[in-house]
Design a binder for this molecule. Structure first.
Ligand SMILES: [Zn+2]
Length: 452
């Protein structure tokens, strides 16, 4: 097919292209990801026909383009702009991609996540994510993205049932920088919850959190974080782990699971130690009601572990919402509203991260290929890496934001993106987004076979 020029139509010439930050553009980040892949050791001994870099970049492109399946990606691998935009030299077929990626250890991908994060830091993009006195709010949460009674691999978790059958599953501990005022989230490399080969004992979220926190500190020894999690995490061993790594926290608590703590709050109330505070938002018709108390024991078994407690009600005309948290940050009437917003922003790891991956075109729960060793985990990590690049666009790229606003939904955005990607010759993602923004002249296809 001849090169089809994308022509700006006369009527939209006056529109000024929204600003693209060059080092944080999709094209710059694709190059960064590719060079990260290129520095990984290839586990194969002989001279391979297709490089590990190309195999990894192809899988990354599959998630970046939101291909509905590996088969669908494979069918179109000769069309489109995989060479020009993703810089892939040779694209493996579906079977070959699975074979090459199955033995790859997922942990080798960590430096690639880190290099994208560094680029965000250098571009000052993370300033918008600063939550409190130079601290980032980092939400952690576990999720399951695969389960099957038949398909399994060496790293699957096992759930044995009474009737003798087994369910195999994959989970991960997801992590993302969040901010109450930002819809975009910045995911870090998740910690896979997997069994190591030959062990019967299932890995669990708590162990994964321990590993995650240690690696977080290795990767970012000087960054200041406030960790936010749900009430399953409000236990003494986990809080001690956070302390040991110099991490602050705002963690959910529930009366049902923390009855001793709630009794202590009641006792403090009777002793006059509890502060009540209200803030009225007349424009929204909402009252924010708080009560808080500093320096309480988390539970009877750990009287030395002292925490600060916040309880909060959001009172609207038709609905009352209730939350409570523990934190190591000293609570006052000056900061309680802000801390509450940080605690409530935790839902972004569920909604803006996992639900987006499941329902907004990424097909998080679709099985792109399971393998016998690591494939399922490698694919999940590459999907998260593609999501990181997309979220960077959402946070930093005015052109991406403008196209998203124009089309109205992510689903339609990915659909249009794929359609252009596979129909026209393009040099860059930027060119593709400009075409989506300005509009372009659709040309009649030039047939490659003479039908006369
Ligand atoms: Zn598995």
């Amino acid at each position: 097919m001849e090169r089809c020029e994308i022509l700006v139509t006369g009527c939209t010439m006056s529109i000024v292209a929204p600003h693209v930050r060059k080092h944080l553009s999709a094209d710059a980040l694709f190059r960064l990801v590719r060079s990260g892949f290129a520095s990984l050791p290839d586990h194969r001994l002989d001279e391979p026909e297709i490089s590990l870099t190309d195999a990894l970049m192809s899988a990354f492109a599959m998630f970046s383009l939101k291909a509905p399946s590996l088969l669908a990606f494979d069918k179109e691998r000769t069309a489109g702009n995989l060479h020009t935009i993703y810089r892939i030299e040779r694209i493996p077929c579906d079977t070959h991609m699975r074979e090459v990626l199955d033995p790859v250890s997922p942990k080798v991908l960590r430096p690639v996540f880190k290099s994208v994060f560094r680029q965000l830091q250098r571009g000052k993009a993370l300033e918008a994510m600063t939550f409190l006195e130079g601290h980032y709010l980092l939400a952690l949460d576990g999720t399951e993205y695969f389960s099957s009674k038949t398909i399994h691999c060496a790293s699957c978790l096992h759930r044995a049932h009474r009737n003798g059958s087994i369910t195999y599953a994959h989970q991960m501990l997801g992590a993302a920088l969040i901010h109450p005022d930002q819809r975009a989230v910045i995911p870090l490399m998740p910690e896979p919850i997997v069994n190591s080969d030959g062990t019967d004992k299932n890995d669990c979220e708590r162990n994964a959190a321990k590993r995650f926190v240690a690696k977080l500190r290795q990767d970012h020894p000087h960054l200041k974080f406030i960790i936010t999690e749900d009430s399953l995490s409000s236990n003494a061993p986990h809080i001690e782990t956070l302390h040991a790594h110099g991490l602050h926290y705002i963690l959910g608590v529930k009366e049902g699971d923390h009855s001793y703590l709630f009794q202590q709050v009641q006792a403090a109330e009777h002793a006059g130690r509890v502060t009540s505070y209200e803030r009225h938002d007349r424009a929204a018709g909402v009252v924010h009601r708080f009560r808080f108390v500093n320096d309480l024991p988390l539970n009877a078994a750990h009287p030395d572990l002292r925490i600060n407690f916040i309880e909060y009600w959001e009172l609207a005309a038709t609905k009352v919402q209730h939350f409570s948290w523990v934190t190591d940050l000293r609570v006052s009437t000056r900061n309680v509203y802000h801390l509450m917003r940080g605690g409530r922003a935790r839902w972004k790891i569920e909604n803006e991260t996992f639900n987006t991956l499941k329902n907004q075109g990424y097909n998080f729960e679709h099985n792109y290929g399971h393998g016998t060793q690591n494939l399922s985990v490698v694919f999940a990590m590459l999907m998260m890496l593609a999501f990181l690049v997309d979220q960077t666009q959402q946070l930093c790229c005015a052109l991406f934001q403008a196209v998203w606003a124009k089309l109205g939904s992510k689903r339609l955005l990915w659909e249009r993106l794929r359609s252009l990607f596979y129909t026209y010759h393009l040099d860059s993602m930027c060119e593709l987004f400009e075409a989506l923004w300005y509009g372009f002249e659709r040309v009649r296809p030039i047939l490659t076979i003479d039908t006369s």
